[in-house]
Design a protein around this ligand. Structure first.
Ligand code: ADP
Ligand code: MG
Length: 384
């Protein structure tokens, strides 16, 4: 749906014209997986697809919520903060609650959302709907918060109101993205750097496994606690707060204090993945896409063998992709166990890649993968 069609839909639903339109992208993490809670760098970029929000003022103290992506519409007032809706409106209402607690009047709007990011695929449609709501509220309530503040508010809404224990990478990439750049982000300090991606002749293709997320949450918590165990073991010899404080060489010196072989492999992934992000940044600054691709492949292998968060679906997509002509690198992205892969590939090989990998994937898993050619877009903003 384009913005003109969305304006028509808004009029159909609310019987009046939309006054403003806002947009927030989805995001994909290019490398640096499971490094955020280990004090390391992540390397996401904003996508050209995302969530649109059209609004108009109302005369009363209610908000009406519709989404092109959802069947049901909802009406809510200030009681919603306590009632905690279970439907999708918990994302925007969580953000509204944060604004209300800061003294803003968030009621009296008709809202229409539309997203072209697949939901629940690890491309952060949740961060996108939160941040687009925050950008809208920042505009209409004229509080003039800067984008990093809107990013923090959105994360807090997801943590406290929606109840998902996510880090800040998603909201940060969605809010702060820059066209044709990835963001090297330290999630603990929020220090960041834009790194240009010179992609002439190459494309990023995202492949969705379309696997239902099952184990992801419990395994995520398990990995976090395994990493905490590794920190405790290493700290008995060499005090650290996070695994990613260590270089691979230092890890080699101190890792003998980890007795559990599984914990050792988890820690090895975190330390080496952080080192790979730094190498990836250097490679991209030097225009070495081939090196970047090799780092993507190494990242996938580490997530498969050491961190054990892949599975047959992600492995098939990534490993079959890596075999094909014109593919520089392919890896799982996101927390794992499902979700998507991201592949760096020569533009003229994209069709063949989609055809061949799609077929092998279907034969092996009996699932249909969905492919998206991703352009790296701007962060969240007001469109008009
Ligand atoms: P992800 O962030 O990986 O896409 P999540 O489970 O975190 O997956 O968030 C997906 C949820 O966000 C959806 O189930 C829905 O509740 C909400 N959501 C995202 N985009 C939209 C949209 N355009 N309209 C309505 N709800 C949306
Ligand atoms: Mg999400």
């Amino acid at each position: 749906m384009n913005t003109l069609e969305l304006e028509h839909r808004f009029e159909e639903i609310y019987g009046k014209r939309a006054e403003h339109t806002y947009f927030a992208p989805g995001r994909v993490n290019l490398i640096g997986e499971h490094t955020d809670y280990n004090g390391g760098l992540v390397f996401p970029c904003a996508l050209s697809f995302g969530t649109y929000l059209l609004i108009a003022k109302r005369e009363d103290r209610q908000n009406r919520f519709s989404s092109v992506n959802m069947d049901r519409s909802y009406t809510a007032n200030a009681n919603a903060f306590e009632d905690k809706p279970t439907a999708w409106i918990k994302y925007p209402i969580g953000v509204m609650k944060e604004f209300a607690e800061r003294g803003s009047d968030v009621w009296g709007y008709d809202l229409l959302y539309y997203g072209n990011i697949p939901n629940g695929a690890g491309l952060s449609s949740s961060a996108s709907i939160e941040v687009v709501t925050a950008v809208m509220l920042n505009d209409v309530t004229k509080v003039h918060l800067d984008m990093t503040e809107l990013v923090k508010i959105s994360q807090k809404a997801e943590n406290d109101y929606v109840g998902v224990n996510c880090g800040i990478m998603d909201q940060f990439a969605v809010g702060m993205g820059k066209a044709n750049h990835a963001i090297a982000l330290d999630c603990a300090s929020l220090k960041y750097e834009y790194v240009p991606l010179h992609m002439e002749g190459y494309k990023l293709v995202i492949a969705n496994t379309n696997k239902k997320r099952g184990l992801a949450d419990s395994k995520y918590n398990e990995r976090r606690s395994e990493c905490e165990q590794a920190v405790a073991s290493i700290s008995s010899r060499h005090p650290i707060t996070f695994l990613c404080e260590l270089t691979p060489t230092e890890f080699g010196q101190y890792c003998t204090s980890i007795s559990d072989p599984i914990v050792y492999r988890r820690a090895k992934h975190a330390v080496h993945e952080h080192a790979r992000v730094k190498q990836a940044i250097d490679a991209l600054k030097a225009g070495k896409l081939t090196t970047f691709g090799q780092l993507m492949n190494a990242s996938h292998r580490s997530l498969k063998d050491d961190y054990e968060v892949t599975g047959i679906e992600l492995d098939t997509l990534a490993e079959e992709g890596q075999q094909l002509e014109g593919v520089l690198g392919s890896r799982m992205t996101g927390a794992g166990f499902g979700g998507c892969t991201v592949t760096l590939i020569q533009e003229e090989q994209v069709d063949r890649y989609i055809r061949e990998v799609g077929k092998i994937y279907k034969d092996k898993t009996h699932l249909e993968a969905t492919f998206y050619i991703a352009d790296i877009g701007e962060g969240a903003r007001k469109l008009n």
